[in-house]
Design a protein around this ligand. Structure first.
Ligand code: CO
Length: 134
């Protein structure tokens, strides 16, 4: 079921510093920042040859990543995103395997305009997992 690694998301307080690290020190191609108010984040996409890194900064009052950034002031890996062909089939298979879906269990449109779901980190080796239908 699981497909390619679509992206790794890194949450940071200082987006400019993170961009400088990826662009200037690592020599990666980075996008301009995009505000995604419906997700409570500003995101910068970092293109790597085989996957993407998403640099996330909290946006607005009730950002879902604010607590994470407060606990990790120098930034940290927030989630990994795996591609699936059919998000409903993937969700149902994971639920049958006893894995918890976050939120109301219904896919939402993610940062790339595709349906996504988040899975409970305690059920995935301590890592927040996003699945995205591609
Ligand atoms: Co993501």
């Amino acid at each position: 079921m699981i497909g390619r690694l679509n992206h790794v998301a890194i949450a940071v307080k200082d987006l400019d510093a993170a961009v400088a690290t990826y662009r200037d020190a690592l020599g990666a191609k980075v996008s301009a920042p995009h505000d995604l108010p419906e997700h409570g984040v500003t995101v910068v996409f970092v293109e790597l040859p085989n996957t993407k890194i998403e640099l996330l900064r909290p946006l607005g009052e009730n950002s879902p990543i604010q607590g994470f950034v407060d606990k990790n002031p120098s930034g940290g890996m927030h989630h990994v995103c795996y591609e699936v062909d059919d998000i409903y089939a993937a969700r149902d298979q994971l639920k049958r395997a006893g894995k918890r879906v976050l939120g109301d269990g219904e896919p939402k449109i993610g940062a790339h305009g595709k349906p996504v779901l988040f899975m409970h980190p305690k059920d995935f080796a301590g890592t927040l997992v996003e699945i995205e239908q591609v």
